[in-house]
Write a protein that binds this ligand. Structure first.
Ligand code: ADP
Length: 485
């Protein structure tokens, strides 16, 4: 038996996933939680040594279950945008990892938005935001004396998580990243696929602090274990890896991940396009880089969590389906779950949520149904923009993530978008994508073989008539309008 291992370093845990090349199945998963630290309001950090040690522990445990001889490669996927600063000579981190959620550089970003917003958008596809890596790097130079001093000694490395992990796993031999991760830094030119000198000047970040950028299907280095060398091959940011896992290789294919938040990525082909309200990012296609529109909604499954834990409507998230389908409709109730502001396409950080249309007859079931419907409406808003501004026509939505198990939600999603919803058998799309990239890098399988490997578990076809669809959706649009007044 031959295996590849996908390392999936996420925001709250690190996982090592054992993938059997012959059967195409995931056989074992080791999950180790990683602690988040909040040293000040709006600061979010994690210990870089803890990220590495938990990744290493998970990796070794999985290698030992099958023996190093049977592991042909290790692929890496990771929480994106998060930044680690470390010393090149020793590999020692100089500060905690600054997590993508951290808002410490909001004011700095606001101060450069006016002058550089357009330039940054045209070169990187991104809007100026504290979410992306560049302002976090700037903060580290300005506020951490050890980072400044390593910079002056030309001994500073900045990297996103996969870059830091690969550096450590190769004993400092490989200082590399892949272009999907690089495209989330605000420093990488997605037209030329290079670090952009002009942007490096704007943020005052010297190029020698940044890793060499390679294609996601590259061999990045070797990990030595028990006298054996295992190739580290294949790397991509988590959302792009999920798109690979879902086989979104061609223009017009899209995936939606319903977790705590909702992330949608659509392949818009090999010609760059810009959207007014979505970001453009790099993904991996059949012939190398492709452009993708990305839309993120901060609260999706978290609204179901709120019903479960906050309002105590039910005990398990999956019980939401039974409750929602116990009534024939939400009876005019709409829930906009903007608990932490509204993401795409509004970008209103200060918005709060609301419930509209309640009457004396409104029950828990109506509200629960309206929460699930709200998740689908917020996806429709993004789907519409992707099709219009991306000039693509989506023939299906490939779904994954915890809430994709909810059949009511999936059917309603298909109905409200008037697009088929396609749920695969294997829903570990992120880890699967890293395993696929690893096999492509090592020449075990081609991208076109992988593109056809995906198997649907269930396809939800639209059943709602147009008039009803548009009437329901307009109701939601009206509710959102009141949210952003
Ligand atoms: P994350 O990786 O963001 O933690 P997951 O992909 O594990 O998220 O999905 C968990 C989220 O999905 C939770 O917010 C949970 O409330 C929601 N969820 C899980 N199962 C269901 C279900 N059957 N119906 C609706 N929501 C669900």
């Amino acid at each position: 038996m031959k295996y590849v291992i996908a390392l999936d370093e996420g925001t709250t845990s690190t996982r090592a996933v054992l993938y059997n090349i012959k059967s195409g199945k995931i056989e074992k998963v080791k999950n180790i939680p990683v602690k988040q630290h909040y040293p000040q309001p709006s600061f979010v950090e994690e210990s870089a040594p803890e990220i590495y040690s938990s990744t290493l522990a998970a990796l070794i445990e999985i290698i030992e279950t099958v023996g190093a001889d049977n592991v042909v490669g290790i692929g890496v996927t990771n929480q994106r945008e998060t930044v680690v600063a470390w010393e090149r000579s020793s590999g020692k981190p100089l500060y905690n990892a600054i997590i993508w959620q951290c808002r410490r550089t909001v004011d700095y970003c606001a101060s450069i938005e006016k002058e550089y917003g357009e330039l940054i958008k045209s070169k990187t596809g991104l809007k100026v935001d504290a979410y992306f890596s560049a302002s976090k790097m700037r903060w580290l130079i300005d506020n951490v004396p050890q980072v400044k001093s390593a910079l002056l000694k030309k001994d500073l490395c900045f990297g996103t998580i996969e870059s830091y992990l690969i550096f450590k796993l190769t004993g400092g031999k490989s200082f590399v990243t892949d272009y999907t991760n690089a495209s989330r830094t605000m420093l990488f030119n997605i037209n030329t696929l290079e670090w952009d000198d002009e942007l490096l000047k704007v943020f005052d970040i010297p190029k020698h602090t940044l890793p060499t950028v390679k294609s996601p299907d590259s061999v990045f280095g070797e990990f030595e274990y028990g006298g054996k060398k295992i190739a580290i091959a294949g790397a991509a940011g988590d959302q792009q890896a999920a798109a690979v896992g879902q086989g979104c290789f061609e223009s017009g294919s899209a995936k939606i991940t319903y977790g705590t938040g909702m992330f949608m990525l659509a392949n818009i082909g090999s010609k760059i396009k810009h959207s007014r309200s979505l970001v453009t990012t790099l993904g991996y296609g059949l012939n190398g880089p492709v452009y993708m529109f990305e839309g993120s909604v901060f609260n999706s499954g978290s609204a179901v969590q709120w019903l479960r834990d906050g309002l105590e409507f039910f005990k398990r998230s999956k019980d939401s389906e039974k409750l929602a389908t116990s009534v024939a409709s939400s009876n005019g109730v709409y829930v906009v779950s903007a608990f932490t502001g509204l993401g795409a396409p509004y970008w209103k950080g200060d918005a709060t949520g609301l419930i509209t249309g309640i009457t004396r007859g409104t029950t828990k079931a109506h509200i629960t149904r309206a929460v699930l419907e709200g998740m689908a409406y917020s996806a429709r808003e993004i789907v519409d923009i992707m099709q219009e501004e991306g000039e693509i026509s989506l023939d299906s939505l490939r779904v994954d993530g915890g809430a994709s198990q909810n059949n009511f939600l999936m059917q309603f999603q298909a109905d409200i978008c008037n697009i088929k919803v396609d749920r695969p058998i294997e829903r570990e799309s992120t880890a699967l994508g890293a395993a696929y990239l690893c096999m492509i890098a090592l020449g075990i399988k081609s991208a076109s073989e992988i593109a056809i490997a995906r198997k649907s578990e269930r396809i939800f076809s639209p059943q709602m008539d147009n008039a009803e669809r548009e009437q329901l959706y307009n109701g939601y649009k009206n509710a959102v309008k009141r949210c952003i007044l």
